[in-house]
Design a protein around this ligand. Sequence first.
Ligand SMILES: Nc1ncnc2c1ncn2[C@@H]1O[C@H](COP(=O)(O)OP(=O)(O)OP(=O)(O)O)[C@@H](O)[C@H]1O
Ligand SMILES: Nc1ccn([C@H]2C[C@H](O)[C@@H](COP(=O)(O)O)O2)c(=O)n1
Ligand SMILES: [Mg+2]
Length: 235
Amino acid sequence: MWRRTTSLSPLFSSSKHSLLNRTRAAYGLRIWKMFSSEIQNVEEGGTSPGRTTPFITFVLGGPGSGKGTQCARIVENFGFTHLSAGDLLRQEISSYSENGAMIYNIIKDGKIVPSEVTVNLIQKAIQSSENDKFLIDGFPRSEENRLTYERIIGAEPSIVLFFDCPQEEMVKRVLNRGQGRVDDNENIVKERLKVFAALSLPVVNYYAKKGKLYKIDGTGTEDEIFERVRPIFAT
Ligand SMILES: Nc1ncnc2c1ncn2[C@@H]1O[C@H](COP(=O)(O)OP(=O)(O)OP(=O)(O)O)[C@@H](O)[C@H]1O
Ligand SMILES: Nc1ccn([C@H]2C[C@H](O)[C@@H](COP(=O)(O)O)O2)c(=O)n1
Ligand SMILES: [Mg+2]
């Protein structure tokens, strides 16, 4: 069953104690320890020294469904830090890191990079940020991605957004993107769509069953789509 954006549960509470309870439910011990000084403060009823427990939103959708575009709007309006798994991987390629060549060879074929590589990049990015609200865009792309994240980070997302868009529209957007991405061509976009249907949709269904999924109609203008997203984050 899909969660509808019209029946929104409050995502951000003004009460520190309800934040504590909600994040306790959502996060496992390892990520909880990363933020332990703040937790102690909240439990003692003290004031926050600037860092709170993280609120993590996974952002899912097929290639060209508008994840990156809408994440930029959420960042502008709600102060999240945007971590695109694809961008983190592309940075590894452009910095000629140890895994760069391997990542390039996988991305150029529209396949999925080994989960540990991607999760380690996400973990580093979270740890090096001062923010406590993250959009993790394009992740998890597979059940294996999801399970590896849970194993390494020891946590689950607070919520999951899914941009639902017809294939023809996604293909049109990808082919018009004009950013010179090695995977933005007709053959590879077809492969990415197949990978999305076979490996990513099961993850979408998993979070729907857990009641964490917000399915958003990804058609229309960027503004129209953002007006569907806004109520999810508005207090
Ligand atoms: N509502 C929209 N209508 C038309 N074009 C759009 C819309 N939203 C985004 N675009 C354009 O479509 C292209 C793909 O959008 P975006 O990069 O946000 O998708 P994505 O889901 O992040 O894709 P990928 O998974 O391939 O990174 C971009 O050129 C973007 O400007
Ligand atoms: N969890 C992920 C995310 C991305 N990749 C690889 C494979 C994708 O085709 C490519 C581009 O990602 P995008 O920018 O479209 O989100 O990056 C992956 O292997 N695993
Ligand atoms: Mg993107």
